[in-house]
Design a protein around this ligand. Sequence first.
Ligand code: 13P
Ligand code: ZN
Length: 272
Amino acid sequence: MKDIFSAPFIREMGKTASNMYRLGWDERNGGNISYRLREEEVGEYLDLGKVIREIPIGFDAPSLAGEIFVVTGTGKYFKNVEDDPETNLGVIRIKKDGKTAELLWGYKDGGRFTSEFPAHMMSHMARQSVDPESRVVMHSHPTNLLAMNYVHELDEAKFTHTLWEMCTECIVVFPEGVGVLPWMLCGTNSIGEATAAKMKDFRVVVWALHGVYGAGKTLDETFGLIETVEKAAQIYMLIGSRPRLNTIKDEDMVKLVELFGITNYRKDFLKL
Ligand code: 13P
Ligand code: ZN
């Protein structure tokens, strides 16, 4: 059996959490990540027949039965994941009943997965139904995006359009736009269900006055998605209420998506 501390999926989780922390997206225990793993890759590092303990998940996830995830722990600080992955992360498998998680490794201090587990697992189910390659769900509290929530209308089309205007390549990185949910109580099945419903159409979902969810095929891709949205929000906040003398025009955005061969962009979010 190989040493799990050298497993690419554990090292990458640590590096990603450190990067998110250093960018100021994840203060204290803010944020959480879940990453769906392949049984073959986990089997190189762990005895898949050995379950440390079982944790009820509090909702039904039948389509995830047998799936293995590495998930950040609740109350754990992103700044500590890289140095102590065994305390701050857990490798869990959804049991056949779709209602229980089997802990295979981690949560060494007796901890458990993030309080946002419903939003993560429900988002995985939603994303996999539209993209079988989807493996990562990431939640964080990026500073500028959060600031923008207080001063910009929380209308999906308007919010997306403003972000697209802030950096030339935004429409290329998230052509489907961003979904926006109103403020809701976090850590509940209800916000999980609402997030998953949005995740059928968007890979980025803003939780108003709280933070953001991103989904993707890899940790890098998902990180890059949130990074791009946050960069656009940063430009918006830097401009502030100063008069705007120049902007990227909607017809220029169309030229961009055409150049990149993107057809699934939200035309209805543009004013053509
Ligand atoms: P957890 O510590 O339970 O992951 O919660 C952090 C968070 O950001 C809640 O939305
Ligand atoms: Zn949060």
